[in-house]
Design a protein around this ligand. Sequence first.
Ligand code: AVJ
Length: 310
Amino acid sequence: MVPASSFREDVIAGLSLPQKALPPKYFYDAAGGRLFERICRQPEYYPTRAELALTRRHLAAIARFAGRACELVEYGSGASLKTRLLIRALRPSAYVPVDISAEALAGAARRLAREFGWLRIFTVTGDFSQPLRLPMFRARAGRRRVVYFPGSTIGNLTPGEAQAFLKMTRGQVGRAGAMLVGVDLKKDANVLHAAYNDARGVTAAFNLNLLQRINRELGADFDLRRFRHYAFYNPRHSRIEMHLVSPERQLVNVGAYRFEFASGETIHTENSYKYSIEEFRALAAEAGFRAMKLWQDRQGLFSLHGLVAD
Ligand code: AVJ
């Protein structure tokens, strides 16, 4: 397995780029995870509610697509309401949640084991952006491995990275396998803007928490009062960009390293790509998946693609 690079190395490398940047996977420490859950409850942040609504609305059809007794592999969070709905409807032969946080994973597995006494759970701690080793799975007649990747987490990857990631997943599910992937859709830029600039400032706190984490874990001295949350829709790339802006010139130390911020300079902390149905299908096709099913919420805000190995 390729060793995952460390938080420290990624931060030093990212802050050394001409356009300073930090990988969004580091948002999710304990405080960041709680802030993300609060984001999901904000009235402006539609993706969580839209995806839950479409999952409820089409649950029977989604379960039929995945196939009874499939092995369900989930990338990312494992304790969500959507996952529980799906497990109840699918009755998978095994559930394999994959997450970078061992603690989050253990907690989720414990809760699921309590709720679903019959469910076989195999947790995998790992970064799903790296090649992963999954537990052995022998596809038998009518049983397949299905990777569930909800929440539009795929939107954090560039289209090129998303394609490589889908290719890797295609290898993991094998010839009979399938994938269920949640993808946020293109829409009015005002709606997108509001979702990433909620009135209560929860997204701002989530973004700034990354600097707090760097201070705590890497002994840095970011002054959180001297950085501002900035999120906007970039139509040229069809993505929301989140940045942290330094409104004035300042110096920041991260261990033995010192970084200068010019007045107005930013750290690019996240991309959240938005796709049309056709664009995402084309991407999946390039990666060896055929788009077989498509589900949406009533308002057409969010999509769930049922992909099969081609
Ligand atoms: C969990 C990556 C899908 O991009 O919308 C929410 C994260 N960032 N608000 C997203 C996020 C700011 C979220 N994803």
